[in-house]
Design a protein around this ligand. Structure first.
Ligand SMILES: C[S@@+](CC[C@H](N)C(=O)[O-])C[C@H]1O[C@@H](n2cnc3c(N)ncnc32)[C@H](O)[C@@H]1O
Length: 323
C-alpha cells in the first residue's frame, strides 16, 4: 500500500528509504485497528511500549526533520492531507497578519480610503508628553536615531529638536512614506534596518528615540533590541521610548476582563504587548540603562480612545555585572 501511494518526487529526493517502504509494521501503524486476528474485532491500541520499542521510536523520531516526517505521515495517511492544507492556509494567513510591514501598510491603505493624502497614524495623536520629554532631555546638537519611524509622523516633530537625524524602519516601502512626509524638512537620513537592531553601529548616537515601537516585541526580543540600542549609544547617551504598561491598581484586572469578554488582541489587529511598568524597568536595567524619568501620557492627548503610553527616558550606563 505504501509503495503505491508514495509520490515519485519523494522517492527521488531520498525522503523515503527502502527500509521504510518494506516495513510491514508501518502499514499497521497507518491503520492500527486493522490487524484483528481471528475474532474479527479490531485489536485495541497499545500504550505499553517495551524499552526496546521506546528506543526505536526515539531513534526514528530523531532521524529526520519535522517536514520530512510530516511528508511521510501524509503519504501513509492521505486523509490528513486536507487537514494539513487547512492548517497551512491558516498558518500562512496568521503569518501575513503578524508581519509588521504588511500590517502597517494595511493601516496606511485604510487611512487613505478616507483621507487620500493621509499618513500612517493620522488617527493616533498622543505625542505631547513624549515629545515634551524629547525636548526636555535631548540636546539640540544631538546626533539622533529614530527607531521605527513608520510614515514619518514623529520624525516631523523630532527633526527640529536635534542637530542631525537618522530614521530607520524595517520596510523600504514604509521608508518611502516617511521620505514623502518630510520633504519640506532639513535633511533626514533614512536607513533600512532588519531584525532586532543587530545592524546598529556601536556608539554612533547621542540619543535614540522610539515611539510606538517596543510594544511590538516580546520579552526575549526586547532584551535583544534594548541591548543593541545600548551598544548604539555613546556612553551617557539617552534612549527615549514609549510602551504600554499596567500602572494603576485594577488596570491589569480590567485588561484581563476585556480579554475574557472579547478575546485577546481584540483592540488591535497588530501584535501589541503590555506589561507591568516594573517589568519594563527590569528589562531596561538588565540591558544597562538607568531610569532618568518615566511619565505617562494623558488620555486627552489621543484622538481615539486608547491606552495612554508610558514614556521612559533612559541613560546608557555601564552594563550590569553578573555576580
Ligand atoms: C506603530 S508604527 C509607529 C510608527 C511611528 N513611530 C509613529 O509613532 O507614528 C511601528 C513601526 O515600527 C516598524 N518596525 C517594526 N519592527 C521594527 C524593527 N525591528 N526595527 C525598526 N522598525 C520596526 C514598523 O514597520 C512600523 O513602521
Amino acid at each position: 500500500m505504501f509503495l503505491d501511494t508514495a509520490p515519485a518526487a519523494l522517492w527521488g529526493a531520498g525522503m523515503i528509504s527502502m527500509d521504510q517502504r518494506h516495513d510491514s509494521r508501518e502499514d499497521a501503524h497507518a491503520n492500527p485497528t486493522a490487524s484483528n486476528g481471528a475474532t474479527g474485532r479490531p485489536a485495541p491500541v497499545r500504550f505499553d511500549a517495551t524499552e526496546e520499542e521506546s528506543q526505536r521510536i526515539q531513534a526514528l523520531a530523531g532521524s529526520s526533520s519535522g517536514s520530512v516526517r510530516l511528508a511521510r505521515l501524509l503519504i501513509r495517511q492521505p486523509r490528513l492531507i486536507l487537514h494539513a492544507a487547512r492548517t497551512a492556509l491558516g498558518g500562512a494567513s496568521a503569518g501575513l497578519r503578524a508581519d509588521h510591514t504588511l500590517s502597517w501598510l494595511i493601516h496606511v491603505d485604510t487611512v487613505r480610503q478616507v483621507i487620500p493624502d493621509g499618513g500612517m497614524g493620522a488617527t493616533w495623536g498622543g505625542l505631547e508628553t513624549f515629545m515634551g520629554l524629547v525636548e526636555k532631555h535631548v540636546p539640540k546638537t544631538a546626533h539622533a536615531l529614530e527607531l521605527g519611524c513608520g510614515g514619518g509622523r514623529v520624525t516631523r516633530h523630532i527633526r527640529p529638536l536635534v542637530g542631525t537625524l537618522v530614521a530607520n524602519d524595517i520596510s523600504e516601502r514604509i521608508l518611502a512614506e516617511a521620505r514623502a512626509a518630510t520633504v519640506d524638512l532639513p535633511r533626514v537620513e533614512f536607513r533600512l534596518t532588519h531584525g532586532l537592531g543587530d545592524d546598529l553601529r556601536a556608539e554612533e548616537f547621542d540619543a535614540v528615540i522610539g515611539h510606538e515601537l517596543l510594544m511590538q516585541f516580546d520579552f526575549d526580543e526586547l532584551l535583544r533590541y534594548c541591548s543593541n540600542v545600548h551598544r548604539a549609544l555613546k556612553p551617557g547617551g539617552l534612549f527615549i521610548a514609549s510602551v504600554y504598561t499596567f500602572d494603576e491598581s485594577g488596570e491589569m484586572a480590567r485588561h484581563m476582563e476585556m480579554i475574557r469578554d472579547h478575546g485577546a488582541g481584540v483592540r488591535s489587529p497588530f501584535r501589541v504587548h503590555r506589561m507591568p511598568r516594573r517589568t519594563y524597568q527590569d528589562i531596561f536595567e538588565a540591558c544597562g540603562f538607568e531610569i532618568v524619568e518615566v511619565e505617562r501620557s494623558r488620555a486627552d492627548e489621543y484622538k481615539a480612545q486608547k491606552t495612554p503610553h508610558t514614556n521612559f527616558v533612559l541613560r546608557r550606563a555601564a552594563l550590569p555585572t553578573s555576580s
